[in-house]
Design a protein around this ligand. Structure first.
Ligand code: PSU
Ligand code: MN
Length: 305
């Protein structure tokens, strides 16, 4: 698959000089946020990563190539083109062979990051087991990818549109450590709390880097979830979000929304119902994740020295 990779100069330079790199996904741009907030977010997170001593690599698929790093006009394309496909593991062969434009999900980005030798990835929230997943079998491929790709995913937990309990059970079964960065509770994306605990609380980027380094050395296949709660000042109240989520889930069901359309549909509806507040929170938590991911990527290089 490596023959499909294409690097920007900045990322290639970072690779050759053993500099810390942080991967970023494109689904969050193309399907997770509206324009123009999506392009602003995409540029801001890259800047945050540079300001914190690492090199950003936003990943996406174009013209039959997996791009490791996107230039400004390519980012703009992902932010505005309505025909961008959402790409998870199953979609790589079709999107690459047809030359279509594809935004990588958490799973898709992990695959591409691992191929490119990038060990840290910042996003918003991971996919998971959907509520009533025991009936619909809607389980995000993000979870199976976490079980097999050696990449640490820095996220604000998972949205409570998902069944967080079953999502964590799945991760446990597949040997994926869920680390809380300066927190004991698994955060629920818009809120800092949930009914669930993380596996381990770790308070510094250095200690997280050591756990990662040890995991890779042991050759225990698979990634880690680094759960980083949304900063207090941007958090939304858990119970309020819960009632909104119940309403949008019902709406999705009534409209017969299934498959990969579910997550983007729910995100857009939640934004409507919170008068845009959920979008502000989403942007704030991604920014925070980018910062922490950069610190971990820097620490990982130091740990290895
Ligand atoms: N969570 C968000 N915003 C997003 C996503 C998740 O807050 O845009 C995206 C991510 O790319 C994630 C994907 O990998 O949704 C999960 O989709 P699915 O449930 O179809 O696997
Ligand atoms: Mn799904």
């Amino acid at each position: 698959m490596k023959e499909y990779l294409s690097f920007t100069e900045e990322v290639q330079h970072a690779r050759e000089n053993n500099l810390p790199i942080v991967a970023l996904e494109t689904t969050i741009i193309s399907h997770g946020m509206p324009y123009p907030q999506n392009i602003e977010m995409a540029k801001t997170v890259e800047k945050i990563i540079r300001d914190n001593g690492a090199v950003p690599a936003t990943l996406g698929i174009m013209n039959g190539q997996i791009k490791i790093g996107l230039n400004d006009s390519e980012l703009e394309e992902f932010a505005t083109n309505q025909s961008v496909e959402k790409v998870s593991r199953r979609d790589f062969p079709y999107i690459l062979s047809t030359g279509k434009i594809g935004a990588t999900t958490v799973a898709g980005t992990m695959i591409a990051a691992e191929l490119a030798g990038i060990e840290v990835f910042a996003t918003g929230g991971i996919g998971g087991v959907h509520r009533e997943g025991e009936i619909t079998w809607d389980v995000s491929a993000d979870l199976t990818e976490l079980a097999q790709s050696n990449v640490a995913v820095v996220c604000a937990g998972a949205k409570s549109i998902l069944d967080l309990g079953r999502t964590l059970e799945y991760l446990e079964t597949h040997g994926v450590p869920v680390v809380g960065y300066q927190c004991d509770t698994f955060p629920s994306f818009y809120s800092r709390e949930s009914d669930f605990s993380v596996d381990y609380r770790i308070d510094t980027a250095q200690e997280i880097a050591k756990v990662m380094d040890t995991k890779w050395k042991l050759e225990l296949k698979g990634g880690l979830v680094i759960a980083n709660p949304v900063p207090e000042e941007h958090a939304l109240p858990f119970t309020e979000m819960e009632s909104i989520i119940l309403k949008v889930l019902k709406e999705a069901q009534e409209n017969g929304i299934t498959g990969k359309k579910v997550t983007p549909f729910l995100l857009a509806k939640i934004k409507e119902m919170t008068q845009g507040k959920s979008l502000e929170t989403n942007i704030a938590l991604v920014n925070h994740n980018a910062k922490v991911a950069a610190q971990i990527a820097v620490a990982l290089k130091q740990v290895r020295k």
